[in-house]
Design a protein around this ligand. Structure first.
Ligand code: 4AD
Ligand code: MG
Length: 461
């Protein structure tokens, strides 16, 4: 079978030749002596029209097909200069590989994204989701390429973990115990020493802590895997299961971190513009009209940089525009992030040096005693897409901060060890992969850029 992609990319080679394709019926039209089938095979954004005639033995069978049926078509590829598509197949044979039931839920009309979420197993057969998931695949590859070209080592960090990287207590517990039947202590706490791992364990919220250990051996590493958060935030930007890319660099400070993040985002944008032009132009026409210009501008301009303290000064002056008022010490909400990047800077912006109270325990404390060397990257349309920092590399300061934040030292011994055996200045960040796909496609809901989304009250399929 030849792919429709190959026909489009090297059309001169195939015109007037005999070819065979396999795909799914998008639409059908028939009259007495002939009919048309539009077939998409998933390899290319554009479908292919098939013309068939009543000279075929199975003409009636073909004409009775429903949308969604799988067919194998053999015939001649002919140019159609008058039509919207550049060519079609004059079929010699249409073999029905698998018929489709008449209740096939995807008919030739526009379905809402809400409806399509209820048929997550079939939505990849629509134009929008063909485009989304091809871009998702290409972006994953582009990220690997970016880091591999720069010599970063890909580390597979564990999914089941005994530590809470972000210290936010938003972990999904992993247990084999029957919690109802397990005896509890006086305070009603379960005794996890009886559990599979002999301790309390969870699904990871971030691979960072394990990633740091490998950075202290390989210098530059990255992780790319699923992470899990039991945040009760029912928004268009939060999923309970999402993927994160987390580079970590030894001998690197916050500035190096920002340079890497900016180069990485520009690289993936360029890669997708070059390798998925049909998809991006589809999004630009049907999903987000300003997408293409915006992406092109990002590649050719420098990201803005501002400290948290400066950002708060700007935001405070505009507090009348916000639901949540800002003052020094408040965590920035999406509305504030979007205001900064969409109204003030009109491009991606790095916000640095947040108050230590609103950031994780591992961030390097600045000399002012009240901020840490954190960096978030905010982008128009989304807000935070990257969160990172320089890490605290001083054993005593780190331990003191952990104690202040009530972290159990015994769960982080390996992490403290790194500060005892050849500690280096080091930095890293996490890019939310789904938010990156939203940014590249203009799709407005995280549920529509992950094949089978898991969000509050939703774990279907
Ligand atoms: O800012 P976060 O929480 O940072 C970390 O986890 C660090 N350990 C990363 C590091 O320094 N290695 O998360 C990083 C990014 C966010 O900027 C956001 O893009 C994404 O992960 N993210 C989510 N994406 C979807 N759903 C959620 N619930 C997310 N929570 C964070
Ligand atoms: Mg963050």
């Amino acid at each position: 079978l030849i792919t429709i992609r190959e026909l489009y990319k090297n059309r001169e080679e195939y015109l007037d030749k005999d070819i065979t394709i396999g795909g799914w019926v998008r639409s059908l039209r028939d009259s007495k002596a002939f009919g048309f089938i539009v077939v998409n095979d998933g390899t290319f954004f554009e479908p292919l029209q098939v013309v068939y005639h009543d000279t075929m033995d199975n003409f009636d069978e073909i004409s009775r097909l429903n949308v969604g049926a799988a067919v194998i078509v053999t015939g001649t590829l002919v140019a159609t200069p008058q039509a919207k598509q550049p060519f079609e197949i004059q079929a010699r044979e249409v073999e029905v590989e698998g018929a489709s039931a008449p209740d096939y839920p995807l008919q030739k009309k526009r379905h809402s994204f809400e409806y399509l979420r209820t048929i997550a197993h079939l939505r990849p057969r629509t134009n929008t989701f063909q485009a989304v998931f091809r871009v998702r695949s290409l972006t994953a590859y582009a990220l690997h390429r970016f880091f591999q070209e720069r010599g970063f080592v890909y580390v597979h960090t564990p999914i089941i973990t005994g530590s809470d990287c972000e210290g936010a207590g938003e972990m999904f517990r992993v247990t084999t115990l029957d919690l109802e039947d397990t005896p509890k202590d006086g305070q009603g706490n379960v005794d996890y020493s009886r559990d599979f791992f002999g301790k309390e364990t969870s699904l990871t919220v971030s691979g960072q802590l394990n990633g740091e250990t490998y950075a202290q051996a390989f210098r530059n590493i990255y992780t790319f895997g699923p992470t899990f958060r039991a945040e009760n935030s029912n928004t268009t930007r939060h999923a309970a299961e999402f993927w994160m890319i987390e580079p970590e660099m030894a001998f690197a400070d916050l500035d190096d971190n920002m340079m890497l993040a900016e180069a990485m985002l520009k690289y993936v944008i360029n890669y997708v513009l070059e390798n998925a032009p049909e998809e991006i132009s589809f999004f630009n026409s049907f999903v987000d009209k300003g997408l293409l210009d915006r992406l092109k501008n990002v590649v050719s301009s420098e990201f803005a940089r501002v400290t948290y303290t400066e950002a708060v000064e700007i935001l405070e002056k505009n507090n009348d525009k916000f639901e949540y008022k800002v003052s020094w010490g408040t965590d920035l909400q999406t509305e504030h992030e979007r205001y900064l990047t969409e109204e003030v800077y009109k491009r991606p912006v790095f916000v640095t040096d947040y108050p230590k109270e609103i950031k994780a325990f591992y961030m390097k404390q600045n000399d002012d005693g009240r901020t840490v060397a954190a960096v978030d990257c905010l982008v128009p349309g989304i807000g935070e897409i990257i969160g990172g920092s320089q890490r605290e590399d001083d054993y005593d300061k780190l331990l003191a901060r952990m104690k202040e934040m009530d972290l159990k030292e015994e769960d982080y011994e390996f992490y403290l060890d790194l500060r005892r055996y050849g500690s280096t200045r080091h930095s890293g960040f996490g890019l939310g992969f789904e938010r990156c796909i939203m940014y590249l496609t203009g799709m407005g809901n995280i549920r529509d850029v992950i094949p089978f989304p898991r969000t509050v009250n939703n774990c279907e399929l």
